[in-house]
Design a protein around this ligand. Sequence first.
Ligand code: BYC
Length: 313
Amino acid sequence: MENERKLEEFQQKIDANIKIEPKDWMPEKYRQTLIRQISQHAHSEIIGMQPEGNWLTRAPSLRAKKILMAKIQDEAGHGLYLYCAAETLGVKREQFLQWLHEGKAKYSSVFNYPTLTWADMGAVGWLVDGAAIVNQVSLQGTSYGPYSRAMVKICMEESFHQRQGFEIMVQLAKGTEEQKQMAQDALNRWWWPSIMMFGPHDSESAHSNQSLKWKIKRESNDELRQRYINKTIEQGHHLGLTFPDPNLKFNEETKNYDYSPIDWDEFWNVVKGNGPGNKLRINHHIKAHEDGKWVREAAKAYSKKINLSKKIA
Ligand code: BYC
């Protein structure tokens, strides 16, 4: 009875758009869902640095290199805010990383594709960050306070990232025939993976119903996917590029773009660890984590020393 009353009060708070804070009572399933989603979101930001890091040493100008470096640093910062938000739910960062390394935690499927040319830096910024923004603007309204506040800061930086990518696409699309081809090829390869970022269709989404009821998610996978498609098509037309989907058509009745069926076999294959870059990404993360062990130990030893000297003083 006591639990039922608490659950009812909890739902009333959610319905009244009152944020849930770390010390508030929450159903265990709400906590577990947030732990899963926020930590996966953090892992996506961190693993997402790898495909772009691949081009840092080969950026075509000092300007392009500085901008790309700043963007990648921002992604690291986003990962750190999100790990902090997830830690408020009672799980340590080391645990999150262990789940990632053991394959128990996911990260966005899109980061398992390779970045083959400089145009991919444009397509990742334009499409991948563009998709991420649509999802994250919606998540600013999530019911868990620390996650919502992290999203507000992250979204400000993401809009700069999307523009960085679009600028590269504009330069290439308006450049030589060969550069235009590079831009087209990058769009062809990143279009479908960016659409898959929003997750399975609503009818197949295991967590959506409960997450929408608890306002962890504010809009469904399909609603966000459609918004992303509608806005991105217009931008692609501005670039003079074509989308790799013959069925992409504006539907006067629904005021949305219709699109071809998504290849869910490909999506689940990548999610299950068999995409072109899954092993590379995880192995690289494990190595970087092991290489950084001495830094973490030194930082801990230093903070112990500081605390000790404070006690003595
Ligand atoms: N990839 O019931 P569903 C960035 C999984 S990074 C892999 O709909 P949910 C950037 C899902 O986890 C921004 N797995 O789940 C960084 C679940 O499996 P589990 C990344 C996926 O959670 C660097 C199962 O499928 N953004 O911006 O209600 C450079 C069933 O799905 C994916 C976020 O992480 C996927 N794409 O909804 C550039 C956003 N989709 O966990 C850019 C935060 C689904 O039961 N996350 N799955 O084993 C979310 O908004 C939600 O978690 C999702 C999925 C919409 C992704």
